[in-house]
Design a protein around this ligand. Structure first.
Ligand code: PEP
Ligand code: MN
Length: 338
């Protein structure tokens, strides 16, 4: 059971409720909450009277499960909180924010070539993995530190914001200075120590949906980051695992309007991991914009057939240019820019 405090309630209001709880036969624990304080009822004796709890000063409501709490404290419908993407752009506004680049950082020449091309085509940020979460230990694991140095130089040269993954708490310190946005991969969405550690950073976090996570688990993972002090979280739908095999993952686009309905967090769509197939990327980008996505995360490589990871789902530079040109008309029809 959870006691949700009123929006403007102070620390003293919370202290007051905590002091009252023993009289009501309740043991409770307060958490600051990203948006407002919430007191969890850890134990309740026979003397618990829910109505009396609800009538305590500064209490808004008493709810039974975390999903209800989330629904009660969410931002108002339609009010997405914009999150900065470097100095010059943000996610969660009229402009569809496009983040594009290779799956993994391979060499500096190819990274720079890709960055320049995606910037010219209208992307506002460069993606590229330095530390790669690969399913097989026999696959390329990323250049690590060396890739971070390449990202730093390309960032300085092109002015593009950089989005790159942090796989563990030990990486945070090394990735932080280079990245404008720290990415949490699908495999790590349930890694609560990592989420809490990222909550203490002053860089925005791109949180990818765990491939078996429900919407509620996804939103609660974001709450871990926000509760630890960092409210700049961008959600990313990247497909979930289903019985379907003609795609790598099943892109669950229905989550986009649903997030818009229940949360104030911006949500972007990754059609590359969401399909695993380059020819499905463009139609899924169009669908994502049409259903209200705040941005797109797209894998691009100068020669996908030679990519060290995820070539089958990467667009080449020309395909990316054509995609962006096509999306402009669609974005305008949806009252958006790109
Ligand atoms: C990625 O975007 O680099 C990645 C590994 O994706 P995911 O975590 O969604 O599998
Ligand atoms: Mn990839």
């Amino acid at each position: 059971m959870f006691i949700v405090m009123k929006p403007a309630s102070s620390r003293q209001d919370v202290e007051h409720i905590l002091a009252e709880l023993p009289r009501l036969d309740v043991i409770g624990r307060a958490s600051e909450g990203a948006l407002r304080p919430v007191i969890e009822v850890l134990e309740a004796g026979p003397g618990l009277d829910r109505r009396r709890l609800e009538q305590l000063p500064a209490v808004e409501c008493v709810l039974d499960d975390p999903a209800q709490v989330l629904a009660a404290i969410r931002g108002a419908k339609g009010q997405t909180r914009p999150v900065p993407l470097g100095q010059r752009a943000h996610v969660g506004g009229r402009r569809v924010a496009v983040i594009a680049g290779p799956c993994s950082v391979e060499d500096e020449g190819r990274l720079l070539e890709t960055a320049a091309a995606v910037a010219e085509a209208g992307a506002v940020a460069l993606r590229g993995g330095a530390f790669k979460p690969r399913t097989s230990p026999y696959s390329f694991q990323g250049h690590g530190e060396r890739a971070l140095e390449m990202l730093a130089r390309v960032r300085a040269e092109t002015g593009l914001a950089v989005v790159t993954e942090v796989m563990s708490c030990e990486h945070i310190e090394r990735v932080q200075p280079v990245a404008d946005v720290l990415q949490v991969g699908s495999r790590n969405m349930h890694n609560t120590p990592l989420l809490k550690a990222l909550g203490a950073q002053d860089k925005p976090i791109l949180l990818k949906r765990g491939w078996s996570a429900t919407l509620e688990e996804f939103l609660l993972a974001a709450e871990y980051i926000r509760q630890a002090g960092n409210s700049d979280v961008i959600l990313c739908e990247r497909g979930i695992r289903t019985h379907e095999e003609y795609v790598r993952n099943t892109l669950a686009l229905g989550i986009v309007p649903e997030v818009k309905r229940v949360s104030d967090l911006p949500i972007i769509v990754d059609p590359s991991h969401g399909t695993g197939r380059a020819h499905l990327v463009a139609p899924m980008c169009r669908a994502a914009i049409a259903c209200g996505a705040d941005g797109l995360l797209i894998e691009v490589h100068p020669s996908p057939e030679r990519a060290w990871s995820d070539g089958a789902q990467s667009l080449n530079l020309q395909e990316f240019r054509e995609l962006m040109d096509g999306l402009r008309t669609l974005a305008a029809a949806c009252d958006r820019d790109i």
